[in-house]
Every structure is written in structure tokens, then in C-alpha cells.
Design a protein around this ligand. Sequence first.
Ligand code: AMP
Length: 469
Amino acid sequence: MNFRRPEEECGIFGIFNHPEASNLTYLGLYALQHRGQESCGIVSSDGLGLHAHKSMGLVADVFGNQEIFKSLPGKAAIGHVRYSTTGSSVIKNVQPIMVDYSRGSIAVAHNGNLVNAQLIKDELEAWGSIFQTTMDTEIVVHLLAISKANSLVERLTEALNRIKGAYCLLFLTETRMVAARDPHGFRPLCLGKLGDAWVVASESCALDLIEADFVREIEPGEIVEIDKNGMTSHFPLKKAEPAPCIFEFVYFARPDSYIFGKNVYQVRKELGRQLARENRIEADVVIPVPDSGVPAAMGYAEESGIRFELGLIRNHYVGRTFIEPQQSIRHFGVKIKLNPVREVLRGKRVVIIDDSIVRGTTSRKIVKMVRNAGAKEVHVLISSPPTSYPCYYGIDTPTRKELISSSHTIDEITKYITADSLAYLSREGLVSAVGGNDNSYCRACFTGGYPIPFPKLKPEPQLDLFEKD
Ligand code: AMP
């Protein structure tokens, strides 16, 4: 059984020492739903054993029945939301993964992607390990199980010394919860406190919902162990250059969250301001692609002095168009999701702001929609540089073939999306707006400079822009 090409987006949440642990985990996952909409699960511990409930579907659907929480007893729980593309969307891959081994039971929830998964898996299989899922996360469990070390943290350290890539891992045993963040710190992970309970979450918005206090972020390379005696921090892993994912700021994280020491909303607004400094356009109105373009469009409007309006209204009961599995459905999806406000657009020179262009499908549909609503000119501005390279560290980007800017110039993309003009934020502008320097973040999706090498993939044919029309 081979692992898939990494294509996952996930969120994790855990709480230790609270009488309503699984209920609060449900709420935490609810706040992290934007990080994965395909499947979700919770594993709880009552001190004697672990209990699981997981399924395909949104958090509210999977945990919509109060009765479920009776089957998730105990004062500790961890949970996971996950999105992956076709093929691997199967129930056996829903997390947290739970196993029994010689030392008891353990459950694990993972956000990120390992780059040497296949290599270790081949080795483990040669030694007789049998894998139940196609997820790289299972490797960590196997490595833990074969370790001869005494404590869980020692066994985990051995396992983590073998794996390379992006991970925020959350483990639950009968008696403890352990969180680990990879030495580069690709994905966010924070620590909170709710009375006597400790909380771990991918983003601080999950702490807000359950009214937990934000204590601090879990550091790159840190292992946090929580048991009945409280919280202990360990730094047993070799230090590495920090590489927090800049795309979390651009698109992925929720604007109300604090990640990597900053508030996402403020960063996104600054991206918009920087976009305005770099691209002055004669226009009457600036509109966001909701929701992802809203803060940047506000920043752009503030800096440029062009009026901000809501020219597109979003139906909030439709999932992200991006997650529709087939191109034919995705085309349709933009219309389901957005409708123009003709009064805002008619006869106007319009600037549309979005956070990124991936395949170009969304922008193309939106430009047409805005023009059909009467706009005189349509200019598209993107609050990040061209996304030309796939992510191997836990953001679901398509293959290079499908990334429009990997094989097409800005002029070609402008024609494809039928805009009067198109401009992206510069790479320098992105870094200066986020703060820090060129080496402060992982920007591989924009630059192709991957902080951790990964096995070479076969070259892919170029995307034919009009083949799907
Ligand atoms: P596309 O139509 O493929 O160009 O998709 C562009 C839209 O997808 C933009 O509006 C982005 O906000 C959104 N987007 C960008 N990256 C992702 C991602 N990794 N997962 C889901 N949506 C994304």
C-alpha cells in the first residue's frame, strides 16, 4: 500500500482534566472547521481506556446528536478535522487514529505532512509492520510501538528523530495528553488553560469559543506533556531554522486567530495596504471576494482611498468551492456561492481583491459575474504572490500542473480570467507586510524554496487553460 501525495489540511484540538472534555473538544473542532471539512473525530479517555467516535462529514453533522457524547466519557479528549482530496477520502483514514499496543492504548491526531513517510513505511513493512491506513500519521504510531524507551516522551523523541516534515501531533493515552510541534514549526499550535484544564489547539480561535485563556504558542521542536501533575515542557529535538507557513496568514487560518505571534486579521489588512502601495489603480470601488479577500480589500481601500463595498454576496451555507472534487462541479460552485450586487457594480471601474489564485477557476467566474452585473472595468488584485509550487507540508495545493501560475505568465492569466488587469503582491511585499525577513517563514508555495527536501516527483505536463471550457 502506497501513501498518497501529501494533500491534507487539518486542525487539532485537545483538552485534559475537564469533566466535559469531549463536549468541549466538539466545540473546539467546530471553531477549527475551516481547517478541514471532510471528516472529523474525537477520542476521549476515562482514565482506564480510550473511546472514539469519528466519521466522514462536518463537525456539526458527525456530532449532531447529544447521545454520542455518552459514548465519549472521561476528563480528557483529543479531536481532529481533516480535508483530503479524492481517493483517500475513506473512513479508515479519519483521525484521530487509535491503536492498542503492548503499553496500552494510544490515539493520535496530526496536522501536517511527513516528507520521508514512504521511506520509513517501506522499512517498517519489511520488518513485518502492518498498516491499516494510507496516512503518514500511522508511521509515528508504529515507531512509538517499536521503541524500547521507558517513558512516552522518550519513545516519542525516538520516533520524531526518524521523521521529517511538518507536524503538529496530539497524543492521548489513558493517563496523559502529549503535543509535539516539528522543529521548523510549519503549522501553528497553541496552549490554553480553562480553569484546571489544559487545552491544545491549532488556532487560538478554538480557545476563544470555549472561553479558555491563551497561555502561549507551543514552540517549534517542543513536546508538551500533560498529566495529573500538570504540564511539562521538553525540547529533546535538534533545533532547526524556523519555517512557519506564510500561507496560514494569507489564506488558511481564521482572521480572529493569533498564530506565529500575530493576529491574522491585522496581517491580512496589511497585505492589502501593501498591495495598494505596489498597485495604484484608477477605480471607483474596491470589493473583496468574500470571505477570504475581505481584510485585504479593507486594507487596500484604506491605503488607496478607493471606496470599499460589498459587491459580491456569499451564501454561507455552501462549502468552499475549492473542495468540490470535480472540475465540472467547481465551475458551478462559484455561482452557487456568490451573487453580485448590481447597484454597487453597474457602470463602475471595479477592483476585486482575493487572497490567491490557484487554478484560476474562481477568478475567471467572478470577473465574468462582475462584468455581467454592469461593471465598466474589472481589475483583479491578489494579496499574495503567484502560487506556483505545491505545498508538501500540509496545505492542500494541487499538483504543479494544476497551479495556473506555475506554467503561465501574468499576461496569460489576465487573458484567461478575462480581467482588464491583474496584479499580485510582490514576494518582498508579502514578507514586509507579514513582518520579518526572507528566512522567517516557509514561502515554498511562492518561491519553490522548500525548507525540507522531499523525494523528487515526476515532471508534469503543462496545464491547458482552455481544455476544460
Ligand atoms: P481557484 O479557483 O482554484 O483559483 O481557487 C482560488 C480560491 O481558492 C481563492 O479564492 C482562495 O481563497 C481559495 N484557496 C486558495 N488556497 C486554497 C486551499 N489550499 N484550500 C482551499 N481553498 C483555497
